[in-house]
Write a protein that binds this ligand. Structure first.
Ligand SMILES: [Fe+2]
Length: 300
């Protein structure tokens, strides 16, 4: 399995995405938030619709990466509750265009009630998410299914961004990826789920003893072209999460705020000392703990 960061740019805006290659080439994006402009307009901020450009960025990415499958990790639309006039006018054309190039699966997000009317039933993932080639996919606003124990969970929902600063305070802000272990508080305490996890733990114990390397890391050495890839071992005891940045160009939360004031089961269960932050092209930006320290103490 190979996970890389295609990072195609269009009109100087980078399109955050992952390319997961195993039995199929799968392109992954999250949090497109179509219709956000009309919601901002309602609050007094006039921003013309960026739907055409957003769609063009995704098409450009699809043409460059030639995936066999596109997985959208939720929040395709923005309005909750209901569906806005802008969403009604833009979403049918968006899906019509994209499905000409690649089959789509959508893991519905918390902003997606009503999205089903624009999709075929086979394009909607089960509510809990899906496991494909031993990777779990979900939006990220709910507790993961116990079936996801011991896998890498790829999700959206958190819109992570990070600010990087030098000694005199000049810096830049960028959307980012976060890779971290999840602690056991993530799992539901119901008897049925606890039993399921116990069984998965026993099954994965056998696999883990056969594997020497269990630590996920950026596999920088093995790539002659300098392209960043992730090495993810299969069948381990540890559950990890890879949080994707939002594809939408105007949403983002500071990652350090998210971890210090978590707002989801996943952000509450992140083991901070294991968390690594990567920029859109997979460049390692640093470990989250030292970023949090410098956030609390700007002089560091
Ligand atoms: Fe979102």
């Amino acid at each position: 399995m190979n996970i890389s960061f295609p990072s195609a740019s269009y009109d100087d805006i980078t399109a955050p995405s992952l390319l997961v290659e195993d039995t199929k080439r799968r392109l992954i994006v999250a949090d497109l938030h179509f219709g956000i402009e009309s919601e901002l307009n309602n609050k007094g901020f006039y921003i013309p619709s960026q739907a055409r450009e957003r769609k063009a960025r995704l098409l450009d990415l699809i043409k460059k990466t030639e995936p066999e499958h596109l997985i959208i990790l939720g929040d395709v639309k923005h309005r909750i509750p209901g569906t806005s006039r802008q969403e009604f006018s833009e979403l049918p054309f968006f899906f019509e265009k994209i499905r000409k190039y690649v089959p789509i699966t959508v893991c519905l997000g918390n902003h997606d009630p009503g999205l089903e009317q624009f999709l075929y039933p086979h394009e909607i993932a089960p509510k809990a998410g899906i496991i494909l080639d031993e990777i779990s996919y979900m939006h990220g606003h709910t507790r993961p299914s116990p079936d996801f124990f011991g896998t890498l969970i790829i999700c959206g929902h958190h819109h992570p961004t990070i600010g990087l600063y030098d000694g005199i305070g000049i810096g830049f802000r960028s959307p980012c990826f976060v890779l971290a272990k999840l602690n056991d508080s993530i799992w539901d305490r119901s008897t049925e789920d606890t039993e399921k996890i116990k069984r998965r733990r026993l099954r994965s114990e056998k696999t883990t003893t056969d594997q020497q390397e269990t630590k996920p890391d950026l596999d920088r050495e093995s790539d002659p072209d300098g392209e960043k890839t992730l090495f993810i071992p299969k069948g381990t005891q540890e559950t990890r999460v890879l949080i994707m940045p939002a594809f939408n160009e105007c949403v983002g939360y500071d990652l350090r705020q998210t971890v210090l004031r978590p707002f989801s089961p996943i952000s509450r269960a992140i083991e901070k000392e294991t968390a690594e932050v990567m920029l859109l092209d997979g460049t390692y930006a640093g470990d989250l703990e030292s970023m949090i320290r410098s956030f609390r103490d700007p002089s560091r």
